[in-house]
Ligand binder design. Structure first.
Ligand code: FEO
Length: 169
């Protein structure tokens, strides 16, 4: 495997675990303010991010490449309102999309078609993650200022259940 592609894939393990840590922190914020549905939604999001990390980890191992685990950064965002959290979520997903695109571009440059095929799933997944983050912001804009509507939205998010990723390596 090309050294740059290898390095970027290895870094992505850490980025995905950081994403899990970040969303766990979001979940923690919502738990503290009594919005358990939002807390549930982000806790499941954190589980998905751990799955993403493990997919990169397993892909490298399957390709007989070394895996190097680094320290996971501390989530350092502070929030003054619920909307801040949702916006930080969208911003983060846009950042992750840019990382996936960077790895894809590096793989493309060296005609690493297997890595490109592996990343195709993540390209689609990032589209879905950005859509979900957008939808949450829209719903909060529409309903967040009315307590009864916020209660209903919280109930809706409480219903989210975890499902394993559709990509199996
Ligand atoms: Fe692993 Fe939310 O992208």
């Amino acid at each position: 495997m090309n050294a740059k592609v290898h390095e970027l894939l290895n870094q992505q393990i850490n980025k995905e675990f950081y994403s899990a840590y970040l969303y766990l922190d979001f979940s923690n914020y919502f738990e503290a303010v009594g919005l358990d549905g939002f807390a549930n939604w982000y806790k499941i999001q954190a589980q998905e991010e751990r799955d993403h990390a493990m997919l990169f980890y397993t892909y490298l191992q399957n390709e007989s490449q070394t895996v190097t685990l680094d320290a996971i950064a501390k989530p350092d965002k502070t929030f003054t309102c619920h909307m801040d959290v949702l916006k930080a979520g969208l911003e983060h997903e846009e950042y992750v999309t840019s990382l996936i695109n960077d790895i894809y571009a590096a793989a493309y440059d060296v005609r690493d078609f297997r890595t490109m095929q592996f990343l195709d799933w993540f390209v689609k997944e990032q589209g879905e993650e950005e859509t979900n983050a957008h939808d949450l912001i829209t719903k909060m804009e529409l309903f967040g200022s009315d307590p009864k509507s916020l209660y209903m939205l919280n109930q809706e998010l409480a219903a989210r259940v975890y499902s394993a990723p559709s990509l199996v390596l």
